[in-house]
Design a protein around this ligand. Structure first.
Ligand SMILES: NC(=O)c1ccc[n+]([C@@H]2O[C@H](COP(=O)([O-])OP(=O)(O)OC[C@H]3O[C@@H](n4cnc5c(N)ncnc54)[C@H](OP(=O)(O)O)[C@@H]3O)[C@@H](O)[C@H]2O)c1
Length: 341
């Protein structure tokens, strides 16, 4: 089988997650990497077995042996590299969130659509079988009438004004970096009730706390969808880690203890991975049932192979994270952040 040859732009945390998983992919392989610093890039290439270390991202985009590009730089840099990659005719997998600014996201989607180039926002959790299972169970009506979605993602990061998470100029803050997952899953599940891939909230109220560096360090949002489904989202950067998903209906509830990276072995973020990671717990009047849903491949390998499969079947967007879905998430995050003030 001809494997999709990946070029990675960025040598930071997301790039290391992607490159280390890529070694286990079946339809993809790493080909090249480029960051801002050639020495760091060379070290990254050696560590993760990437054959080519380009001196600059421009050089990587001019490499005819790169089929697809993983954009793994701070949020506010996504637009620049996604647009250049599209211009270079490369398929693009861009880290979440596609953009902080909805206008910029629309420009990226318009450029991809115009040129017929593949573009996908890297929400790898959407490809995990436990995510699909939750959406399918909700769509089948297992919970009765869906009422409430509760989703959270908080990490305990040291407040470092030099780190992108705490830098407003790089799109720092909890909402865009972590809150994007609870928002994405709420829109997925609210859509599943109606047999759709996603839904948009018609009401959004929010409050949060802005830290000393000027970014949102913790925030909550309350959403209501047109069907009446309500979602409570929470996120944070500087409190003891928390992640979870609970979906409640008139006939029961679904609980996912590790909804964003479930079943991922040896992930730095999930060193505290709960024992039932990669499973969905169904609570009904009849009792509690754990339904296993473990991924065959590490998350990012599955994501890379999903792009390979989309390209092999002539798709220009993913059916799992469509461009319309992405634009809806970017817009909803923008509303959430704006509501904090
Ligand atoms: N899907 C996931 O699980 C996941 C996990 C983490 C992050 N992410 C996403 O991936 C993206 C990158 O996050 P990260 O945690 O990898 O960040 P990071 O560790 O800070 O790495 C950022 C990379 O981008 C480079 N870069 C390019 N332009 C930059 C600029 N103007 N300022 C700072 N760095 C710049 C950095 O170069 P230097 O090496 O020269 O600093 C570094 O290689 C974010 O959009 C984030 O949301 C996704």
């Amino acid at each position: 089988m001809t494997r999709l040859r990946w070029g990675i732009i960025g040598t930071g945390y997301a790039a290391t997650l992607f490159a280390s998983d890529l070694a286990r992919a079946e339809a993809s392989r790493p080909h090249a990497v480029a960051g801002r610093d050639p020495t760091r890039t060379a070290r990254f290439a050696a560590e993760f077995g990437v054959p080519v270390a380009h001196r600059t991202p421009e050089e990587l985009l001019a490499d005819p042996d790169v089929d697809a590009v993983h954009v793994a730089v701070p949020h506010t840099e996504h637009g620049r590299w996604v647009l250049r990659a599209i211009e270079a005719g490369k398929a693009v997998l861009c880290e979440k969130p596609l953009a902080v600014d909805p206008d910029e996201a629309r420009a990226m989607v318009a450029a991809a659509t115009r040129s017929g180039t593949f573009l996908m926002e890297g929400f790898m959790y959407r490809l995990h079988p436990q995510t699909r299972l939750v959406a399918d169970l909700v769509a089948k009506g297992v919970l009765g009438e869906l009422r409430l979605i509760r989703a959270s993602f908080t990490i305990d990061a040291a407040r470092d004004p030099g780190h992108r998470l705490f830098d407003p100029a790089l799109g720092g803050g909890a909402i865009h970096d972590l809150g994007c997952y609870p928002m994405s899953v709420a829109r997925l599940i609210a859509g599943a009730v109606e047999g759709r891939s996603h839904a948009e909230p018609d009401l959004l109220a929010a409050a949060g706390h802005i830290g000393p560096t000027g970014v949102d360090e913790s925030a909550s949002a309350l959403l209501r969808f047109p069907t009446g489904v309500v979602a409570q989202l929470s996120t944070g950067l500087t409190a003891p880690a928390e992640r979870g998903l609970r979906v409640e209906g008139t006939a029961g509830a679904l609980v996912v203890t590790d909804p964003w990276s479930g079943g991922r072995p040896a992930d730095v973020l999930t060193a505290d991975q709960p024992a039932d990671s990669g499973a969905v717990r169904l609570l009904t009047a009849g009792g509690s049932e754990v339904i296993p849903a473990v991924a065959d491949l590490p998350l990012f390998a599955g994501e890379a192979d999903h792009v390979a499969e989309c390209l092999a079947t002539g798709r220009t967007q993913s059916p799992v994270v469509s461009l319309d879905d992405t634009l809806g998430n970017v817009a909803a995050l923008h509303r959430w952040r704006a509501a904090i003030g």
